[in-house]
Write a protein that binds this ligand. Structure first.
Ligand code: HEC
Ligand code: HEC
Length: 443
């Protein structure tokens, strides 16, 4: 199942228009034309998509959504107020002012997202443009704990917030709250954007320097119990626990550039991608739960974000170009790896924890676990940063270092010693292994 929003939707859009035209010219059965964007206005469509996508309906990620998403009853999140507040990015130059960026003063330039009046087809270019805006403008979660980091450029950098003259400070925004006050919030780009090889901020690239755990611990008035504080210190940069309240199941921030190829979402394969709606629902419910279930995003914003994420793949290198860099590496890959990382999407069906053998904590989670790990798409893996669901390996070179599974290995991030599991390719002859690494680094 290929997740290609553009292609799917283009054919849907045309078919819809055609059927509409035929009906208009006098077909007596009066069947309504198919709704071109049912995600936006058909609750039963959204409900069935959600149900079909949940891999383990018994985990608490699933039960929460089953209880509240498009249910039609009094618990329905559809009844929450739609939230599109005035917001503005915090500018890099604000950090140079005495005392840093003011957390609570909104300038005249602050504005809500401009929403299209209507969306006639899911491949409407306005959707991608809206998604691009929302990615770095829409307040996904309040983050008062970042106020300390806004004191100066060096404070911001010490928590791994990126600083960019055009895009601002770590994707943080100030937003107008319902009571008129102003609060600092994260956007998708706080976690899911980072400086690329040329230094410019690359959307979709994981921010592997971001140390959210440390920022929360250092916030004035933070009152965490000792066990949670210890767990959060262990997150380190580039990881956070989006699962439990105890902080004990950190995951790395994933690379969103290859999202359009994924057949399962989240590293523990929580969601089966039924069609592009699955990603839109995942984003919509993420924003609801991140805002404590009191507001919901305009659905067109979630749809725009999904369309925008799908468009990010266009900037990744092609496997053909990578194969030209190392034909030998491409041949080794085809022989050893495509059983799971299947061409052309370089992903495949989730793998049981007992087979893959990497740290099972996240896969066994009562909150999101499915007993498997998702096979990451390897498109973009050469520039991805830390690897595996828990981000314990710094690079492709470390992943295929044959010393990695021994206790004397020194390359582990977030801990020390051996990194178990995913032993494929570790026993290759040196020449083949070097060629394989060269091929992967070019992807
Ligand atoms: C505070 C950091 C943070 C913010 C902000 C954030 N995410 Fe994420 N995101 C994560 C982490 C960590 C995961 C990994 C969860 C997992 O694999 O179980 C993730 C996973 C995802 C995934 C699944 C990717 C995959 O490989 O399966 C998508 C899609 C996604 N995020 C989109 C978004 C969008 C869109 C926004 C903004 C509305 C956003 N995220 C905001 C940290 C963040
Ligand atoms: C049995 C299925 C399977 C085979 C065979 C396999 N992989 Fe994987 N691969 C996975 C799974 C599952 C993960 C994710 C594991 C995790 O996150 O704990 C993964 C992760 C990776 C990653 C890390 C990507 C990331 O974003 O973290 C790389 C690189 C990789 N595989 C390359 C290869 C190469 C090269 C081969 C062949 C030598 C190979 N794999 C063979 C299933 C497989």
């Amino acid at each position: 199942m290929r997740f290609n929003l553009k292609v799917m939707v283009r054919s849907f859009g045309r078919a819809g228009a055609l059927v509409g035209a035929v009906l208009a010219t006098g077909c007596s059965s009066q069947r309504p034309a198919p709704d071109p964007v049912p995600y936006l206005d058909d609750a039963s469509f959204r409900r069935s998509n959600l149900v079909a996508s949940l891999v383990n309906p018994g985990n608490s990620y699933s039960t929460l959504r089953l209880a509240h998403y498009a249910t039609g009853d009094s618990n329905d999140w559809d009844r929450l107020p739609e939230w599109n507040p005035a917001a503005e990015p915090i500018a890099a130059t604000e950090l140079d002012a005495d005392g840093g960026a003011p957390p609570s003063a909104l300038s005249d330039a602050a504005a809500p997202l401009m929403l299209p009046e209507s969306v006639v087809s899911p491949d409407d270019p306005e959707l991608v443009a809206l998604g691009a805006q929302a990615f770095s403008r829409y307040p996904t979660q309040l983050a008062a704990y970042f106020v300390t980091a806004l004191a100066s450029r060096s404070a911001a950098a010490s928590y791994g917030l990126w600083i960019d003259d055009v895009r601002g400070v770590g994707g943080l925004v100030r937003a107008r709250m319902a009571d008129g006050s102003v609060a600092v919030a994260l956007t998708c780009s706080t976690c899911h954007a980072a400086p690329g090889a040329e230094g410019a901020i690359a959307p979709g690239l994981p921010n592997h320097n971001l140390n959210i755990g440390q920022a929360i611990l250092d916030a004035p008035g933070s009152a965490l119990d000792a066990a949670t504080a210890r767990a959060m210190v262990a997150w380190g940069p580039g990881r956070l626990d989006v699962t439990t309240t105890t902080g004990t199941e950190p995951a790395r921030i994933p690379d969103l550039r290859p999202v359009q190829w994924l057949t399962f979402l989240q590293q523990d394969a929580t969601l089966r991608v039924v069609d592009p709606t699955t990603l839109a629902i995942r984003i919509e419910t993420l924003i609801i739960t991140s805002n404590n279930d009191v507001v919901r995003p305009p659905r067109v914003v979630a749809l725009g974000l999904a369309a925008y994420l799908a468009s990010l793949a266009a900037a990744l290198p092609s496997p053909t170009a990578a194969a030209a860099v190392s034909p030998q590496g491409a041949a080794v890959f085809a022989a050893q790896c495509t059983g799971c990382h299947a061409a052309p999407d370089l992903t495949g069906a989730p793998v049981p924890l007992s087979i893959i053998g990497t740290d099972p904590t996240l896969g066994l989670s009562a909150v999101r676990g499915t007993g498997t790990y998702r096979v990451p798409s390897l498109h973009g893996v050469g520039s991805r940063g830390p690897l595996l669901h828990d981000g314990t390996l710094p690079s492709v070179g470390a992943m295929f270092d044959s010393a990695r599974t021994t206790p004397s290995f020194t390359g582990k991030l977030h801990g020390s010693g051996a990194v178990a599991g995913h032993t494929y390719g570790l026993d290759l002859p040196d020449g083949d292994r070097a060629a394989l690494i060269e091929f992967l680094e070019a992807l």
